[in-house]
Design a protein around this ligand. Structure first.
Ligand code: ME8
Length: 511
């Protein structure tokens, strides 16, 4: 069985999780669920990044012991994983002993390979971004991200990043799909082409980090510590262990565009320097604003995913995020667009299809799966189109084009609704044309069954509810041709049960 290793960024525990964190996690979960039902052995990782000055300062501001603080905030992220129904195989915390040992070993490897030397750093640092900036990168005295910077002068260990400029450029050129989308690939390429300087990889002056093995006055730069999580979660430094052998290199590192440079430049350079194979692909998605504003505490517009789930439902939330904007583009989270999406795609289209087909079968056949008789051109046309659309859906999912993949699912929904409209099963029932009625409803029911398979990565709850009404369980899910192109999949002695209302129409005034 082929394997797939998918990772989210590990989130800083300086504050509560919000819709931006939920977005990346949901995208990774959809991909993980997709690959599992496509027959792959999947390892899906998420977790929390718990060191660094930003976190130390957040705990101090609240006057809470730092370890207690990070335990609490990390728990919020773990709880969110549950409320988002993430199927992560592991949740990594960088304050765990295993990770600390792993990062120390990684450091020692770099030292052994003469990749690290002691010098002095004098330059700008942004605590909020946990990033170093060159003088010429600053915009009106601030980081290009708008964050405050401070002047730092301290002894520091450096990583010989400049030595990796050429190998990195060779690598990008040989692997044009290493970074997606293409615009981000070009951005990274330009950055490296403009020249790399050695990177400061340790800090003094505060203690909340992993001590540098040979000099405890220094803690590791939080980004070096954090990136190693992708290895430590697989048991590194035990590279002969089952997990590491099975799952490294990662297949998908999925991140926001804000942390492209760390993943697209520093991480591959660290790995090359440590002589560890490089991940296969880095996907950088876009940025969410809220009602057209940047999300920020001071504006008080930070969206708590739990509140959205409570009000609109988990599947609706997952659906909206993955459908609304092409992965890679920026998006705006607004109540109006959320309600519009739910009503138009889910309530009026998908929900309506399920409702009408199930009710007609319950009414006309007492819930018994209807039998086929002769198939006409209309059925051939419908099933032919569904086969094409399911294969397009699969291609879009494997290229992390979630929005396009979902649009194929909705195209199927619309086609089946149209097919029903054109066949007028209500008229067939009235005229006593039972064979034809039975065929039309059977084709429609099998289409809903196929839709429940396709929608599983995006809307797992609804998918499982449909399956339950069809007397099937999660194990049946698959994406091969027997599952997706088979219109006599359901057992004919089966009695289907009513599906609960999956997507209630939201009756809120749209401004
Ligand atoms: O950067 N829109 O952690 P972080 C879209 N610890 N995505 C968003 C978002 C928004 N408005 N806000 C946050 C870190 N994200 C490091 C990562 S990895 C080795 C270390 C998502 O808590 C997006 O995935 O600041 C972004 O990259 C990530 O959260 C940043 O999370």
């Amino acid at each position: 069985m082929d394997k797939i290793y998918i990772t989210t960024p590990i989130y800083y525990v300086n504050d509560k999780p919000h819709v931006g964190h939920a977005y990346t996690s949901i995208a990774c979960d959809a991909l993980a669920r997709f690959y599992r039902i496509a027959g792959y052995d999947v390892f899906f990782l998420t977790g929390t990044d718990e060191h660094g000055l930003k976190i130390q300062q957040s705990a101090e501001k609240k006057d809470i012991n730092i370890q207690t603080f990070v335990d609490d905030v990390s728990r919020n992220f773990q709880n969110l994983s549950q409320s988002l129904m993430l199927t992560n195989d592991y949740f990594i915390r960088t304050t765990s002993e295993q990770h600390k040992n792993s990062a120390s070993f990684f450091w020692e490897t770099l030292v052994e390979k003469d990749q690290i030397y002691l010098d002095k750093y004098a330059g700008w640092y942004s605590v909020r971004d946990e990033a170093y900036y060159q003088e010429e990168e600053l915009v009106n005295g601030k980081a290009p991200t708008g964050s405050e910077v401070e002047w730092v002068e301290e002894p520091s260990y450096f990583f010989r990043l400049s030595e990796w400029e050429k190998p990195l450029l060779d690598f990008y050129k040989k692997n044009p799909d290493f970074i997606k989308p293409k615009s981000r690939y070009n951005e990274v390429l330009r950055f490296v082409e403009s020249g790399l300087r050695d990177l400061s990889v340790s800090r003094t002056g505060f203690k909340w980090g992993i001590p540098v093995p040979e000099n405890n006055n220094h803690v590791m730069y939080v980004w070096l510590d954090a990136l190693v999580n992708y290895l430590s979660a697989l048991g590194y430094p035990d590279t002969a262990g089952d997990k590491f052998k099975r799952f490294w290199p990662a297949d998908f590192h999925i991140v926001g565009k804000d942390i492209l440079r760390f993943h697209g430049v520093y991480w591959p350079a660290f790995l090359m320097a440590a002589d560890i194979p490089l991940p296969k692909q880095l996907v950088a998605h876009g940025w969410w604003t809220v009602e057209k504003e940047k999300m920020s505490k001071s504006l008080g517009n930070v969206v708590d995913p739990n509140e959205v789930i409570d009000e609109f439902g988990l599947d609706q939330f997952r659906y909206f995020l993955l459908r609304e904007v092409p992965f890679g583009n920026d998006g705006d989270f607004s109540r109006d667009s959320l309600i519009l999406r739910i009503n138009s795609d889910l309530a009026n289209n998908f929900g309506n299809l399920i409702n009408r087909v199930f009710s007609m079968i319950l009414k006309n056949f007492e819930g018994k799966v209807p039998k086929y008789s002769n198939l006409t051109k209309s059925e051939d046309a419908l099933t032919g189109k569904i086969e094409i659309l399911t294969s397009q859906y699969k291609n879009h999912m494997t290229s992390t084009d979630f929005s396009k993949a979902i649009s194929k699912v909705i195209e199927i929904v619309s086609l089946v609704n149209k097919y029903i409209d054109s066949q007028e099963p209500w008229a067939l029932a009235k005229n006593g044309e039972t064979d034809r009625l039975s065929t039309v409803l059977r084709i429609s029911l099998e289409s809903i069954r196929i839709l429940s398979f396709l929608i599983y990565p995006i809307c797992p709850l609804s998918s499982l509810k449909i399956l339950q009404s069809l007397g099937l369980d999660e194990e049946i899910l698959a994406l091969d041709s027997d599952a997706l192109a088979n219109f006599s999949f359901l057992k004919e002695d089966l009695i289907i049960t009513k599906v609960d209302l999956l997507f209630p129409k939201i009756d809120k005034k749209i401004s």
